[in-house]
Design a protein around this ligand. Structure first.
Ligand code: FUL
Ligand code: CA
Length: 493
């Protein structure tokens, strides 16, 4: 309730300030920019949106026991990577085009990849590096060397801890969280998993323990610790507070995929119903964009039997277009193997995936196109059509308030081949477009080749190859004038 009020107030203040021309959302000076529509992203969410594609690392005792969910009774001695190489892992991620990595510092089995002061169940009691290793530190530092942002996953469900499901565990969980938030530099995310399976070791009790997701973890007070210690970390859980689960583990966002949710619904607590998460909700009361999490293999953890089941580059591309290309972020899991490296098969698949994406997006046919809009906003500020092809997501084309369904023609000057279109909205003004269509000019007439709904951070449209010298974007439905920051035209080889 409190949070909802905050959101409403923030929106009201932003609306008032921008309508009086006191603040600018498109540069340092006051402009006649449009009034934001609906919920808008925070600065920390904008930074997260810009990341688009990052990775998960699932690594723990399970890697060595061949399990997906450790029971919690695994000896720390089983954790013993034979050739752990954080640089190989981070380099693989960077070469794949990822912008960050999230490590499972503690999965459901409770084993800690860092030498936590609050438990014996950690790498401190593993033979690896004679108990002096710290996977969290090594991965964090390797990320910085590769210019990747770093984040942590700390499983709320802990099948090892004796106090789990009792009040004392919450203090333990928060102590561990503080260690991670203060000891490992800047984190871009803290990922709170919603899974709570029931039975476990629990300090030897070996029993089933049930908790009430809505109340047990007292999330608002845990979130406050993250806000205090890492103000720019975006928190994930099924329903936020900064970004949401997309509702499946196949990496596929809905179509449409709105960046907003209705937080007044009663099932919106973390771990609540997944209804509405895949497509988002419109109208929404909060900006809560989706993250598509999926593993490059069938399992989240490494299993030798899955070496032949690594997703192909074509499968990865399909996922990319259905996640990043629908306005979500893609969190692709790369499970380190028993050596503590990303397996050769995974590396090969990622390389080909990256090669094709790079080849696709190397040349934007819209750069240098002549742009003609049905209208451009009058008043102080830069709202010109050219802003869609300047390679800068902070500039945008918009129209007068009354013109909510404008069109824009891109004249390429000569016939060109294309099969991918990339659109972006200017997110600080909210998600404005509800439907659009794309046409090509052929034989003296316009022919529609695609239509779509939500745009948001990014909409990628893949089509059969077209040869044309003119493309037209039509905004066909919007409650307010659109703010389009990019129209790109590409050819996937
Ligand atoms: C799920 C977990 O149960 C899986 O093991 C994995 O960590 C996945 C990302 O989230 O809820
Ligand atoms: Ca732009």
């Amino acid at each position: 309730m409190k949070q909802r009020h905050l959101v409403l107030w923030a929106t009201a203040i932003a609306l008032f300030l921008s309508s009086t021309g006191c603040i600018s959302l498109n540069g340092a000076e006051a402009t006649d920019a449009p009034v934001p529509f609906g919920p808008v992203p925070t600065e920390r969410q904008l930074r997260w949106h810009a990341m688009e594609f990052y990775g998960f690392l699932h690594f723990t005792v399970n890697t060595f026991t061949d399990k997906e969910w450790g029971y919690g009774d695994e000896s720390p001695r089983v954790f013993n990577p034979t050739a752990f190489d954080a640089d190989q892992i981070a380099e693989t991620a960077r070469e794949a085009g990822m912008t960050g990595l999230i490590l499972t510092a503690k999965h459901h089995d409770g084993f800690c990849l860092w030498p936590s002061r609050f438990t014996e169940h950690s790498v401190r009691n593993s033979p690896w590096k004679e108990g002096r290793g710290d996977v969290v530190r090594e991965i964090g530092e390797a990320c910085r060397r590769q210019n990747l942002r770093f984040g942590v996953y700390l499983s709320p469900w802990d099948r090892n801890h004796a106090g789990y499901a009792r009040p004392e565990y919450i203090g333990y969980y928060r102590n561990q969280l503080r260690e991670l938030l203060t000891g490992y530099g800047e984190l871009f995310t803290v990922w709170f998993d919603g899974a709570n399976g029931g039975d476990g070791y629990y300090g030897g009790a070996r029993e089933r323990r049930q908790i009430d997701n809505r109340t047990y973890y007292d999330w608002p007070n845990t979130w406050a610790i993250v806000r205090e210690l890492q103000p720019f970390a975006c928190m994930f859980s099924d329903a936020g507070p900064d970004f949401r689960w997309i509702g499946n583990e196949r990496g596929i966002a809905g179509d449409p995929c709105w960046s907003t949710l209705d937080m007044t619904k009663p099932n919106r607590y973390p771990g609540g119903s997944s209804e509405g998460l895949n497509s988002g909700e419109r109208p929404g009361t909060a900006w809560l964009p989706g993250e598509c999490d999926v593993s490059i293999r069938p399992g989240w953890f490494y299993h030798p039997a899955e070496d032949s089941k690594v997703k192909t580059h074509a499968e990865l591309l399909d996922i990319y277009y259905k996640s990043v290309g629908r306005g979500a972020c893609l969190n692709l899991n790369l499970p380190p193997d028993r050596r503590g490296r990303i397996h050769e098969n995974d590396v090969a698949s990622l390389r080909e995936f990256r090669r094709i994406l790079d080849a696709t997006f190397a040349t934007d046919l819209a750069r240098g196109a002549q742009l003609t809009a049905s209208g451009t906003r009058a008043g102080k500020g830069s709202f010109a059509a050219e802003n869609v092809s300047d390679g800068n997501r902070d500039t945008y084309w918009t129209t007068d308030d009354a013109a909510a369904t404008p069109e824009l023609v891109l004249d390429l000057g000569r016939p060109a081949r294309l099969n991918v279109v990339s659109l972006r909205e200017f997110l600080p003004l909210g998600q404005r477009v509800e439907a659009f269509a794309l046409d090509v000019w052929r034989d003296g007439a316009w022919h529609e080749f695609a239509r779509g709904t939500s745009i948001g951070n990014r909409r990628l449209i893949r089509t059969a190859p077209l040869t044309t010298d003119k493309v037209r974007l039509r905004i066909t439905q919007a409650p307010v004038c659109p703010a389009i920051s990019e129209v790109g035209l590409f050819l996937e080889p």
